[in-house]
Design a protein around this ligand. Structure first.
Ligand code: IMP
Length: 430
């Protein structure tokens, strides 16, 4: 589909997580994908779980883009996405059943069973240094990519290619040595690993392409492109709360890693109207008592991938400003405003005492941060049926307007419930 703005081709739009992941990006991508020619996932792996709810029917996808419910859109999985073969095979077959075309990049790295074993064994041994990973093998797979060794999806074409990839730079031997050192019990042999990978060739190989060049051709012909991120800016490998981060680039650097330089018309950050975090690491606005529990239960804050209860807290504008600055976010979508309905008072962190305004956020200063708060009156009304901004209770409108003022970017859409259509758009994103 070609959308034009006064005769000019629309530049691409990136949808990125602006907090600690789980912001509801999947729903935003699904909605915007209605007008997209291409939806391209650029980073992470099956640590992500993007939830799509249509007419009460819930689906969670981990690797393929959240555009799969839109058969008119071409869906791409970029070469920066680390792929677990059974998950990819299952989601490709789901896409096929839905009549949607998905191509994964032939160079995307495969998460091997030994990556999962190392990830889990390391976490078990780590004690206080534990990251709280999803245990999906994400970190070890990216480590190998950086060490210039990987099995690619394209290698699945032949056992010889898989064997050669696992021999390069002592790849498999070193990983077996590490798994052994970590005390892992069932370490698959080289031949078992090759057989495992090769067994997916028929399901996966017909869906492989050079997605970066395919995307470039689409852009040249004026196709509308939507980039879909995974996780969020505070979990970004470089700008997040290192080491309590994921092993990939969650924002625009991830777009570039998968697809090269692209002209982005809008960088849309997605944030919840409150905050959540899974795993270890500092979380200045965390609520450990009754209020946090209420946010968790009302918001259904349990991991879409692991089922782990998410840590919950009030909205943190200082952390959000950090992500906005580092990722160049131009517009914000605020999801799950409905979860705040019924709270008498709502708090928002505007800054951290003891951390100067110009200081870049990192784990050290996040651990010391003392939030400064502003308090808003709550609202009683259920807002799920509101279809315009003006339908929202005055105090909810005030909450949104104040956030815009404090962040300096517009809130262009507001989530009012779990379903696809429970979203108020205040201005078009395309
Ligand atoms: P990993 O990505 O599994 O290595 O986990 C590293 C950190 O990122 C842990 O704190 C995870 O809980 C967190 N994480 C990874 N993926 C997601 C996600 O999709 N949503 C929220 N947190 C995530």
């Amino acid at each position: 589909m070609r959308l034009t703005l006064g005769g000019m081709v629309m530049p691409a739009v990136a949808i990125i997580g602006a907090q600690w992941g789980d912001e509801g990006k999947g729903k935003v991508v699904d909605l915007l994908a209605e007008q997209a020619g291409v939806v391209a996932r650029y980073g992470g792996g099956d640590n992500a779980g993007h939830t799509l709810v249509v007419n009460g029917d819930k689906r969670v996808v981990h690797l393929v883009p959240s555009g799969i419910l839109r058969p008119d859109a071409l869906n791409l999985v970029g070469k920066g996405v680390v792929c677990k073969l059974p998950v990819l095979a299952q989601e490709l077959s789901l896409a096929q059943a839905l009549g949607t075309t998905v191509y994964a990049d032939q160079s995307a790295p495969v998460i091997l069973p030994i990556h999962v074993i190392i990830d889990q064994a390391r976490e078990q041994c780590a004690g206080v240094g534990k990251i709280g990973t999803t245990g999906r093998g994400i970190g070890p797979c990216y480590e190998d990519l950086t060490a210039r060794r990987r099995v690619t999806l394209g290698d699945l074409a032949s056992e010889d290619r898989i064997r050669a990839a696992l021999a390069a730079r002592n790849f498999y031997n070193e990983r077996v040595g590490l798994a052994d050192m970590l005390g892992a019990e069932r370490i698959p042999s080289l031949d078992e690993t090759i057989a495992f990978c090769f067994s997916y060739r028929n399901e996966i190989c017909p869906h492989l392409k050079d997605t970066a060049s395919l995307l470039r051709r689409e852009i040249e012909t004026g196709t509308n492109v939507l980039f879909e991120g995974a996780q969020g800016g505070m979990l970004d490998l470089m700008h997040g709360s290192y080491p309590y981060v994921t092993s990939s680039r969650c924002g625009i650097a991830g777009v570039n890693a998968s697809f090269g330089a692209v002209l982005l018309g809008k960088v849309v950050g997605v944030a919840k109207a409150y905050a959540t975090r899974v795993g270890e690491g500092p979380f200045p606005t965390e609520l450990t008592g009754e209020v946090g529990e209420r946010l968790r239960e009302t918001g259904g804050e349990y991991g879409a991938t692991t089922g782990r209860p998410r840590r919950c807290g009030w909205l943190d504008l200082r952390a959000l400003r950090h992500v906005i600055q580092f990722e160049g976010i131009t517009h914000l979508v605020l999801t799950k405003l409905d979860v705040l309905s019924g709270f008498k008072e709502i708090f928002v962190c505007t800054d951290y005492e003891g951390v100067s305004q110009y200081e870049t956020l990192n784990t050290e200063n996040l651990e010391q941060a003392e939030p400064t708060w502003i308090k808003f009156d709550g609202w009683e009304t259920n807002i799920t049926d509101c279809s315009t901004f003006e339908d929202l209770p005055n105090v909810a409108q005030f909450y949104i307007t104040a956030i815009e003022g404090l962040l300096g970017i517009p809130v262009v859409a507001i989530g009012t419930g779990p379903d696809r259509h429970d979203m108020i758009f205040r201005q078009p994103i395309w």
